[in-house]
Design a protein around this ligand. Sequence first.
Ligand SMILES: [Zn+2]
Length: 462
Amino acid sequence: MKPAPAPRCVFLLLLLLALAGAGGLVAADGWRAGAAREKITPPAGLWMTGYAVRDRPAEGTAQELWCKALAISDGAGNRGVLLTLDLCGITREISDRVAGELGRRYRFPRGAVMINVSHTHCSPALAGNLSGLRILPPDGQAKSEDYTRELEHKMIRVGAAALEALAPATLSWAEDEAHFGFNRRENPIKDVPALRAAGKLKGPFDPRVPVLAVRSAGGELRALLVSYACHNTTLAFFQWHGDYAGSAQLELERRHPGATVLFAIGCGADANPAPRGEVALAGQHGRDLADAADRALQKPMKRIEGLFAAAFEAITLTYASKPTPEKLREAREKNQPNKEMHQAWAAAVTQDFAAKGDGAMHASYPIQAWTLGNLSWVALGGEVVIDYSLRLRRELGDSLWVFGYSNDVMAYIPSERVLKEGRYEGDTSMIPYGKPGPWTPGLEEKIVRKTTQLVNQTRPGK
Ligand SMILES: [Zn+2]
């Protein structure tokens, strides 16, 4: 009787299984990834955006601003590219032109390009964004338009460079938490330290820090995507700065040499960081976020396997009422705090109605979904309140990250609750955005319905 060969076969099989499971040794899932970056810091002398009180241009650079890209491709060759920028806002026109050009060159649809801005308020005013904030002097307007044009070229270059750099990779994800943000509608900032210490902060807030790790076939960390749902507004000075998100990216790149670190902001429209006001605090919050990302990296991360799919659609949202001529005249003439902002609002709204007629009562609202294997991402336009992220994760499962400030930042996007409550996020923020007035009720349902449809469309088996 011949000796049974089974034990040796079993040993080889076990060895192969061990190698395959060793994470990073073999990029067997077929994923490829590439990262790229380019500096987008403007020179001094350009106007900044985000705060109505900014009455003069920027005076210098405290931290460089970046456009970064992460391109991914699955084993079947389906590709997408995420662009993240240290900017306050972006317009649909810019996003669509950049996505259109990348799509033309690389033959993929609009949905394959996702664009997210960090909402740092120490960044330049872009042509067409936050048009109700201030009427820029002619030379300021011209510089802003030049910068915006150049920015588009850079975004296309960075996206293309990331796609050209695609190389075998493994993707994995985990989450941790950071607690420097809080619900700014429910807690006076001066009370935040005491309320936080007592565990008595009020209102919805999501401390989760989702982290995607991209490793080379050899296991080296090549790129890291970090998210957090909180306004990127520690600072309000006259220097270019990426705020806490910029500091977190720098800190993580220092800790992980060779890795490109990207930040995509979540639904942080009703959250602020605390404390605020000093460069050192932006650094401190940045380190808090970097610590959370590093803790996530230490966890058993979920490996992404499967395919990539993307979907993009725009729905129509409407404004509830048209401003009366008396209201516009009052905005132009009345002596009131932030008078320049009210004047800019009146000018923007008047111009919009002159150009579009009653079409100015509608807005095209972009919604995007990506699925990477077992993880889905949603990218919503505008300054989205946290209710959306909490609801979507409740309804579609926790393997879902929801980004706001994506593809267009045209206004705040309140939930039905916040719209009803009104105040800044539900009502008066339409002034700096140069929009006619608050949204018509029902927008939450419309957005959630379309988002659900797009996510399901990208998930396997659909
Ligand atoms: Zn904001």
